[in-house]
Design a protein around this ligand. Structure first.
Ligand SMILES: [Mg+2]
Length: 277
């Protein structure tokens, strides 16, 4: 059990803790219980919005901080850390740490892209709730929560994947980067899931000065690479729907044999030697 103490689990959701197709986490329920019993914080790090995450967080039974919109923002329940930080914004029952520019700045950048690029893309703001629901398989109620973005403007790319590099060049000319999540592309101005992990790990260290913190990150797609590389232990969850991701040399990495929540449970139980119920 020595690895458990000081461990923090940072986890992607879609295709990692949640099944790619039906968004269920039931295959990981036993491992989640075991981690909670051991007092290991489980921090969701996702491209989802706060609105989407709140009910899911309740369903999983988490009371920890959470990272939304690919690292653009972090929400910390008030009273979770017993210190304050001037950079935090008051957001009701949470403190919010913001890394992203206003969404309007991103929308404007996309709208002013060259016509040849605009023809192959559609942003969330350009879709109706019904279109978004059809595209993602979410119900209309869920799609409405997904559309309630505070920090980012996901893009559906309808052209060839190779041509998305021209969109990436356009983004870079304007000081942004383009990264691919499970289904959508995302513009960022330098923030990523890795920066969010690093910042939160520092807060955990500050809260527990006598206990070394050990960050374990789990993810399945390209937008998880920064987080996986920022962790002390990376766990890559098998994703049969997309190509295998590679990390920089020297990063300690485990690759799960199974996909989604089954792979999540399998890798964490074995790495942390958890007693599953
Ligand atoms: Mg994923």
């Amino acid at each position: 059990m020595s690895r458990v103490k000081g461990s923090i689990v940072f986890t992607d959701l879609d295709g990692t803790l949640l099944d790619h197709d039906d968004y269920s986490f039931s295959a990981a329920a036993g491992a989640l219980e075991a981690l909670k019993r051991e007092g290991v914080p489980i921090v969701p790090v996702t491209s989802k919005t706060k609105a989407e995450l709140l009910s899911l967080r309740d369903a999983i039974g988490l009371e920890t901080p959470f990272v939304v919109e690919n690292g653009a923002g972090i929400y910390i329940p008030k009273g979770y850390f017993l210190f304050n930080d001037d950079s935090l914004i008051d957001a009701g029952s949470y403190w919010c740490k913001r890394f992203a520019p206003p969404r309007s700045e991103l929308t404007e950048l996309v709208m002013s892209a060259p016509e040849v690029l605009r023809m192959s893309m559609r942003t969330f703001s350009e879709m109706t709730i019904l279109e978004l629901s059809e595209l993602t398989g979410l119900t209309e109620a869920q799609a409405e929560l997904a559309a309630a973005r505070e920090f980012s403007e996901p893009i559906e790319w309808t052209g060839e994947d190779s041509d998305a590099s021209e969109l990436k060049d356009y983004a870079r000319q304007h000081g942004y980067d383009l990264i691919k999540g499970g289904r959508f592309f995302h513009l960022t101005n330098g923030y990523d899931k890795g920066q969010a992990l690093y910042w939160l790990k520092q807060q955990y260290s500050r809260a527990n000065p006598n206990q070394a913190q050990f960050a374990i990150a789990l993810g399945d797609s390209a937008n998880d690479i920064d987080m996986l590389e920022a962790a002390d232990q990376a766990i890559i969850i098998k994703n049969p729907h997309s190509k295998t991701i590679e990390l920089a040399p020297g990063i300690p990495v485990i690759r799960s044999a199974q996909a989604g929540p089954s792979g999540w449970a399998e890798s964490l139980s074995s790495f942390l030697n958890l007693d599953l119920p």
